[in-house]
Design a protein around this ligand. Structure first.
Ligand SMILES: [Zn+2]
Length: 127
């Protein structure tokens, strides 16, 4: 017996859903913050490490026309432990929009001159 996804109707529905998802991503990417690099953070408690994207203005020393903001030395891990930068800035080969679900430091637009990048996960608003 064929699985539903292997039938012409199943395949048509799959391709339709894929096209819609691609369109939603392309449309969300138009407004998404752009990142110029990454930093790796590692948790001191559980040892997990992961990449944090850097939005324009965060750790770029004014290269994208915004006042420079540093990243925090310590951010919270999912386990509750303290995670610390272990890489310094790793520049991207291609600057790009942050992707849905990607972790990154958002530029703090409060105007506070002592502001840091804000540890965030990018989720575009549903339209
Ligand atoms: Zn942890």
């Amino acid at each position: 017996m064929k699985r539903r996804s292997e039938t012409p109707e199943g395949l048509r529905l799959f391709e339709k859903a894929l096209a819609e998802a691609r369109q939603a991503c392309a449309s969300a990417a138009g407004d998404a913050p752009r990142i110029h690099g990454h930093m790796i953070y590692r948790c001191r408690k559980c040892g997990r490490s992961w990449a944090m994207g850097l939005e324009y203005g965060v750790e770029d020393w004014g290269a994208h026309g915004r006042p420079h903001q540093p990243t925090p030395f310590i951010i919270a891990c999912k386990c509750g432990g303290p995670a610390q930068d272990v890489s310094g800035v790793i520049p991207s080969c291609v600057e790009r929009p942050v992707q849905p679900g990607e972790r990154y430091f958002a530029y703090d637009k409060s105007g506070n001159k002592y502001a840091h990048g804000i540890a965030s996960v990018y989720w575009p608003e549903a339209r």
